[in-house]
Design a protein around this ligand. Structure first.
Ligand code: TYC
Length: 103
């Protein structure tokens, strides 16, 4: 005789009906007194796909308020973008700081 379907195979599990979105992380730039404004704009264009106008606005926000959001991404992408910024800054001998925090 065919196997009877198991109750555990057919019950609607709430966690499967409503799949969770991955936790998202903000990538933040921090102000400092030494990194050239043009370098920060270049980072925002290169790593966060911002237009020159968008990049300039974000850079000025960081410059005046101390911190600004470059973008919001799943954790692995946020970490990779942060490392790209930090590597580019270090190679260029600028003290630019970039961090991530849960959105
Ligand atoms: N404050 C820097 C300057 O006056 C510019 C700057 C902007 C530096 C944003 C870092 O994340 C930063 N040259």
């Amino acid at each position: 005789m065919a196997n009877k379907p198991q109750h555990s195979d057919t019950v609607l599990k709430p966690e499967l009906l409503k799949p969770k979105l991955p936790p998202m992380y903000k990538v933040l730039l921090l102000n400092d007194d030494f990194t050239p404004m043009e370098f920060v704009v270049e980072c925002l264009e290169r790593f966060f796909n911002k237009s020159r106008e968008q990049a300039t606005q974000i850079m000025l926000k960081v410059h005046t308020e101390g911190v600004g959001v470059c973008g919001i991404y799943p954790q692995d992408i946020a970490e990779t973008k942060m490392h790209h910024v930090l590597n580019f800054a270090q190679e260029s001998q600028h003290p630019l700081q970039c961090i991530i925090e849960i959105a």
